[in-house]
Design a protein around this ligand. Structure first.
Ligand SMILES: [Zn+2]
Ligand SMILES: [Zn+2]
Length: 201
């Protein structure tokens, strides 16, 4: 009788250890290191995107489609619909060696007036109306398709309010939101935890 009582108690204790580990893994810190306070106006459930013909010309249309569909599926708080260039508040472009040396992709934040907003200002709470994502076919020419998928997913992650996961306190492992060119066609569980923290559950 005594032995079985101890056995039961030990089992319960190891269960609660496992549960707290799960809670740590699934949670995302909410500090500005990894999540921007500022947001795209209208919110993430109302993003209209438009893809410039340059994206298909440079062969990055599959990467953009994948980024949209994977982030759309990440949270009930995120929804993308396609629209024309004037209605869209997220616009995709590609070019060859249009970004600074070695930069694979870039996200820009703007008011409707065309005035650009610094990424740091968005991190600190400035909302913006238009985002642009530019993918560089020159600097990504040596990458394989999975790496191009990550590049587009990474930039859309910035639009959705994520910062870089190598920022302290850094997340180890490979993530769409960690700078680099990982062979990842989907966001990691840590990526998903952050975007859900930002936009809902
Ligand atoms: Zn984090
Ligand atoms: Zn980045």
């Amino acid at each position: 009788m005594v032995i079985s009582k101890w056995g039961k108690k030990l089992f319960v204790t190891s269960m609660s250890v496992a549960l707290s580990l799960m809670a740590v893994t699934a949670s995302a810190d909410t500090g500005t290191a990894h999540i921007k306070i500022g947001s795209i106006s209208g919110g993430a459930s109302n993003i209209t995107y438009w893809v410039d013909s340059s994206v298909a010309s440079y062969g990055h249309n599959g990467a953009v489609s994948n980024a949209i569909s994977k982030w759309d599926a990440a949270s009930s708080g995120i929804s993308f619909s396609s629209g024309n260039s004037s209605a869209a508040n997220l616009k995709f472009y590609a070019g060859e060696y249009v970004l600074p040396a070695g930069v694979l992709g870039a996200t820009g934040y703007f008011y409707t007036t065309g005035q650009q907003i610094g990424a740091g200002d968005v991190t600190n709470g400035q909302n913006y109306q238009i985002a642009t994502v530019t993918l560089d076919a020159g600097w990504t020419s040596g990458l394989d398709q999975d790496q191009r998928f990550m590049n587009a997913g990474h930039e859309v992650g910035h639009v959705l309010g994520m910062n870089h996961f190598e920022n302290s306190p850094a997340h180890s492992g490979e993530h769409w939101m960690k700078s680099g060119a990982f062979k990842m066609t989907s966001p990691s569980s840590i990526d998903l935890a952050h975007v859900r923290t930002k936009w809902g559950w």
